[in-house]
Structures are given as C-alpha cells and as structure tokens.
Design a protein around this ligand. Structure first.
Ligand code: Z5A
Length: 217
C-alpha cells in the first residue's frame, strides 16, 4: 500500500519511554494547531479503537502472563485495527494525525526490551500496517529514572513493572532508531515542559513549515 495521501495529510508519532512527556506534548501541539484553525486527530497506541482498547487491557494486565511473541502479536493486532479504522481514513481525508506511540514503540519494547529480532518485527509490522509509516516519529529522550519519577504513583502495569535494565534497553533502542532513519527526530525531553514544546515545535516547523508555522513571541 502506498503511503502518500490527500494534500495536507500528516501522520506524526510521539515516542519515548514512560513519562517522557508524549501525552503532554501532543496536547500542546494539538492546542497550537487549533490556534491556526486545524483540528488534528489525537489518538494513542495500543488503543484508539474499541478492539485496540480491549487488546491494551490484556497486553498491559499484570495478572496475565505473555511470552514476548504473544505480546508482539497483540500489539500488532491492535495496530492493524488502528490503521484501518483511525489512521488510514483520517490520512486519506487530509487530516493531521498525532499518535501517542506507533511502530517505534514495537522496535524499542519488543525488539530492544524483549530481544525479538528487528527483521521479524519489521516484516510483521509491515503486514499489520499495510506499509503505512509516519511522516515523522518524534522521540522524546529522557533518562529512564527521570521518566519514572514523573509518573503518578499508581500500580505499574505489566510492562511498566519490568526492571530497570529492561527500560534502559528500551531507551537505548530508541536512541539507536533515531540515528538510523531520516524520518525520526530525537528531542531532549529532560527540560521543563515549555522548553521541550519549543524544541518539538521547532522540529515540526523545520520539517513541515506550511502546517506548523513559526510561533509568535
Ligand atoms: N507498548 C509496547 O510495548 N509496544 C508497542 O508496540 C506499543 C506500546 C504501541 C503503553 O503505555 C505501554 O505499551 C508502554 C509501551 C507499551 N509501556 N510502558 N512502559 P502508554 O503509552 O499508555 O503509557 P506510558 O508511555 O508508559 O506513560 P505515559 O504516562 O503515557 O507517558 P507520557 O505520555 O510520555 O508522559 P506524560 O503523561 O505526558 O507525562 C507524565 C507526567 O510527567 C505528567 O504528570 C506530566 O505533567 C509530567 N511531565 C511531562 N513532561 C514533563 C517535563 N518536561 N518536565 C516535568 N514533568 C513533565
């Protein structure tokens, strides 16, 4: 399936370890876009659809044991529905889609974290998505400890509950992905929220100036 779509369409994924600030930055980007008259589609993975939310509940449930391959296939099952029901229709209609996680999460968590082969993930992901890739994946880079410290103290889900080593491998995998592909940008997420947002918007403006104009002030 070819990626290109209606004029104006953009598909942007926000990525990073837990607590990196993805949801926070997506909200800020969406608000800024509304200020210039654009209503983006804001969504998340795994989830974003009824089936996806049900799969998320299984995939993140601490009470359910999953081997790495089963975990991968659940993520990709959710993604298949997500692309068909949310991303593809919006993209074809010329909308801007902002998603909290997409394929780089799979490379980082199931590849870097769980140790599954990146080639197998690439192949299966291609089947699940029909080849639909983000125009840009924006990784918010924070130290694992910092990201964890930002999270509200609640019960950790099945993946959050993994050890520090697992999460460090995930963070390292993200950094390697950032340096291996031109449609991936790495932003320093360690600064205060407004400074991170300025950097995020700066990247978006430099890549897609017609959609993300320079901010005033
Ligand atoms: N997963 C997978 O394994 N494979 C896959 O293919 C996919 C997913 C798609 C879903 O988690 C889990 O699924 C995830 C990977 C796995 N597991 N883990 N770990 P999720 O995306 O729903 O949740 P999360 O990423 O773990 O956490 P999060 O809360 O959504 O993180 P966030 O969106 O990056 O952070 P935030 O909500 O914007 O901010 C967290 C707090 O920090 C909040 O109080 C903010 O006000 C604060 N914050 C944000 N930015 C800052 C800055 N710059 N300074 C200070 N405080 C800040």
């Amino acid at each position: 399936m070819e990626d290109r779509s209606a004029p104006g369409a953009l598909f942007i994924a926000f990525e990073g370890v837990e607590g990196a600030g993805k949801s926070t930055q997506i909200k800020l980007v969406a608000n800024e876009l509304r200020g210039v008259g654009i209503e983006p589609v804001v969504t998340r993975e795994p989830g974003g659809t009824r089936a996806g939310e049900a799969i998320r509940a299984v995939a993140l449930n601490r009470e359910i044991d999953l081997d790495p391959m089963a975990e991968l296939l659940l993520m990709l099952a959710a993604r298949s529905v997500f692309v068909r029901e949310v991303v593809r229709p919006a993209y074809d209609a010329g909308r801007i889609v902002l998603t909290d996680r997409y394929e780089l999460s799979t490379f980082a968590y199931q590849g870097g974290g769980r140790g599954l082969s990146l080639d197998s993930i690439r192949e299966l992901n291609h089947l699940a998505t029909g080849g639909l890739r983000p125009d840009l994946s924006l990784i918010l880079d924070v130290d694992v400890d910092q990201g964890r410290a930002r999270q509200a103290r609640g019960a950790a889900d099945r993946i959050e509950g993994e050890g520090l080593d697992f999460h460090r491998r995930v963070a390292q995998a993200y950094r390697e992905l950032a340096y291996s592909q031109p449609d991936v940008a790495l932003v320093d997420g360690r600064e205060e929220i407004e400074r991170v947002f300025a950097a995020v918007w700066g990247v978006l403006n430099s890549r897609f100036p017609e959609t993300f104009p320079p901010r005033e002030g």
